[in-house]
Design a protein around this ligand. Structure first.
Ligand code: KMH
Ligand code: ZN
Length: 277
């Protein structure tokens, strides 16, 4: 695991944040594209993409996803991973809609949970519908695991042929209602995995830094960005998404995990290199 290449994902926007609490939050297509370019320059290979409408509200509009995707691609090469989670309460059809644009990757949340005061619905029907369309369109899913039971259910979907045998996971830790962002939880989760599977950690708030540091040491991959954490250090807001990515790149250097190129990330994740969408 030491010396193995590290994939950094940046989640620059999310669906929950507002400018009131995060003044540097990119919202317009140009702002999101610029944030993505800066994050990629700082070391990110994957951009986990949510988009906003002209009023800054979370949106699953195909037109906006298309616009932002084009703007990002005009600025840099990276793996664009669409959110199919959207905002809590987004109807299934809206969550599916952007997949018509054939992104290289998309997220797939693996179960229903309390998400703060709300319910984030991911029934078997929802998971199967999203996974099936991704399989049909050769879109690589990233399986979002918020709790242990979600990881344990992955095997059922593999057995049914709904998910591929080799998969990539994102352990999203620290959501109120999900698994806490602790080292022992991360060890519990990763102990259940076959070494052929790849995994990332996205930890919320103040847990982002220690959990990403541990993931780097454990041989996993990491996600940072405003969607999960808006602080650079205690009491100090991050100036930008790229500031958070750059810190991971520095940490990775110290821990001898070379940060991947985008081509290497495609190779590790089994993305078709010839399909440049
Ligand atoms: N906004 C959360 C309710 C994803 O992008 O796939 C869901 C989420 C997961 O952010
Ligand atoms: Zn997301």
């Amino acid at each position: 695991m030491v010396h193995s290449p590290l994939i950094i994902t940046c989640a620059p926007v999310g669906a929950e944040l507002t400018r009131d609490i995060c003044p540097a939050l990119p919202l317009s297509p140009d702002e999101i594209a610029l944030a993505a370019e800066d994050a990629v320059s700082a070391g990110a290979a994957i951009i986990h993409l949510h988009v906003r409408d002209k009023d800054g509200n979370p949106s699953q509009s195909v037109e906006i996803f298309d616009k932002v995707t084009t703007k990002i691609k005009n600025r840099c090469d990276c793996i664009i991973q669409y959110s199919t989670g959207g905002a809590v309460g987004s109807p299934l059809q809206k969550r599916l809609d952007p997949l018509v644009l054939n992104p290289e990757m998309a997220t797939l949340s693996m179960g229903t949970m309390n998400f703060g005061a709300e319910i984030y619905e991911n029934s078997q029907k929802t998971i199967t519908a999203l996974a099936t369309i991704m399989q049909e369109k050769n879109i690589r899913p990233e399986l979002e695991i918020f709790d242990l039971g979600m990881l344990e259910s992955v095997q059922r979907y593999v057995k049914n042929g709904v998910l591929p045998e080799k998969y990539h996971l994102d352990f999203v830790l620290g959501v109120p209602g999900g698994m806490a962002a602790t080292i022992s939880n991360l060890v519990l989760l990763t102990d259940r995995l076959d070494v052929s599977q790849t995994w990332t950690v996205a930890a919320l708030g103040r847990f982002q830094l220690p959990m990403t540091a541990h993931a780097i040491a454990m041989g996993g991959h990491v996600r940072v960005g405003f969607e999960d954490n808006i602080y650079f250090r205690r009491g100090e807001l991050a100036e930008s998404n790229s500031q958070l990515v750059a810190r991971i790149t520095r940490l990775a250097g110290e821990l001898e995990r070379p940060v991947v190129t985008v081509a290497e990330a495609r190779d590790i994740l089994g993305l078709a290199v010839t399909v440049q969408r």
